[in-house]
Design a binder for this molecule. Structure first.
Ligand SMILES: Cc1ncc(COP(=O)(O)O)c(C=O)c1O
Length: 391
């Protein structure tokens, strides 16, 4: 099917919520993608930080194939070893409490919101509030949307759930003032991905942690984009000055399959009771086995060390590009701002025509989220293609 034919089907049958580049990828291996004509692309987007081990990693493919031939699922009303092993793996590798498995990032965020609210009600707070930061992105369902100030449009999707307060992401005083006796949680994306890769300052993270301690509120880190090795540690919080009480994970966790998770600190492990929450597909064995393999492969000090080194090399290379005014990021989660006269979407399209996949998160910005398995040569190739796209 040609792009034109797909466009016709899209216009007639697909809800028009996406702006797509006119290209189809039909095969992937490692850092590379191919279109139907066999043109090769270097993937510096990884399906928006999903394919952190590159495309079609043989161990993940084998686990999925094997489990698909055994049993696709039996519901959460029975036991399933992959789900229990995944809960253990996630807990032991992070906050040490309990884990809820779901399918997407936004679902993980919804679960974290419910958990924080129930925790607050148990502390006698009648109308709990969740404090968020401007620029944060937490998802598209109603709770997650209400927690995403940039998109929380009451005029379009209202009434949105009450109980969300947004503060500027760089104002410690405003943050402290917003956290009080009604605060159930502070939810922070420690490196804001959709905002164009913006690191939240240590001062803000420390302020949030201290104010949460003071008022008994829960500190939630949304690690859906920044987690799973992306920044050079398994979880982004490991490089932060504070430890959250809850993390949300998704995207790369499933090794390409839809998996989300909420991990709690031990003291929050029993906030939910039977019936409080659930998900038909959450923790299904195919996805859970893919996630276990992914965690095993990413939670590797050698790989994570390489992410930090390669990130440094890439950022230095980007800084040397003429129209780049700012380079932001940690590990292989990298964003740049370009001189305002440049149309970032046109640069992305030119890069694509040269065989490099990257993304435009906002005006005059480019975002790079390559597989964590890239080599030095891939970085040099990406920089060369970008240089030509910017020329
Ligand atoms: C930080 C963050 N939180 C939540 C989400 C929502 O995840 P999903 O699209 O899997 O629902 C995203 C997706 O981009 C994200 O980047």
């Amino acid at each position: 099917m040609t792009i034109e034919e797909m466009r016709r089907l899209e216009r007639r049958y697909a809800v028009p919520v996406y702006v797509r580049s006119p290209i189809e990828f039909v095969r992937g291996e490692g850092t590379r993608l191919w279109d139907p004509e066999g043109h090769e692309y270097l993937d510096f987007f990884a399906g928006l930080s999903v394919h952190n081990l590159g495309h079609c990693h043989p161990r993940i493919v084998a686990a999925i194939r094997e489990q698909a031939g055994l049993l696709a699922g039996s519901s959460n009303l029975f036991y399933s070893e992959p789900a229990m092993r995944l809960c253990e793996r996630l807990s032991v590798s992070s906050l040490g409490g309990k884990v809820f498995l779901c399918n997407t990032g936004t679902e993980a965020v919804e679960c974290a919101i419910k958990l924080a609210r129930k925790h607050a009600h148990r502390r006698g707070i009648e109308s709990p509030e969740i404090v968020t930061l401007d620029g944060g992105f937490h998802g598209r369902t109603l709770g997650a949307l209400a927690a995403t100030p940039r998109l929380a449009r009451d005029d379009l999707f209202g009434p949105l759930p009450d109980g969300f307060v947004a503060v500027p992401r760089d104002d410690p005083e405003a943050l402290r003032a917003a956290i009080g006796p009604r605060t159930a949680a502070v939810m922070i994306e420690p490196i804001q991905g959709e905002a164009g890769i913006v690191l939240i300052a240590d001062e803000i993270l420390i302020g949030a942690r201290e104010a949460c301690e003071q008022h008994g509120a829960v500190l939630i880190f949304d690690e859906i984009q920044a987690g799973m090795g992306r920044t050079g540690s398994l979880w982004a919080y490991e490089q932060a000055p504070v430890r959250p009480d809850v993390i949300t994970a998704a995207k790369a966790l499933g090794g390409g399959l839809p998996v989300g998770a909420v991990v709690t600190a031990p003291e929050l492990g029993d906030v939910f009771e039977p019936g409080d929450h659930g998900s038909t597909f959450g923790g299904g064995p195919i996805a859970a086995r893919a996630a276990i393999e992914t965690l095993e492969l990413i939670d590797d000090p050698v790989l994570l060390g390489r992410v930090r080194e390669l990130g440094e090399r890439f950022r230095l290379g980007l800084e040397a590009l003429e129209p780049v005014t700012e380079v932001r990021g940690r590990g292989l989660m990298v964003g740049v701002s370009l001189v305002p006269e440049l149309d970032a979407a046109a640069i992305r399209d030119r890069a694509l025509a040269l065989g490099l996949v990257c993304n435009v998160p906002g005006r005059s910005m480019l975002r790079f989220l390559p597989p964590l398995t890239i080599a030095e040569a891939d970085i040099d190739e990406a920089l060369d293609k970008l240089r030509r796209a910017l020329a």
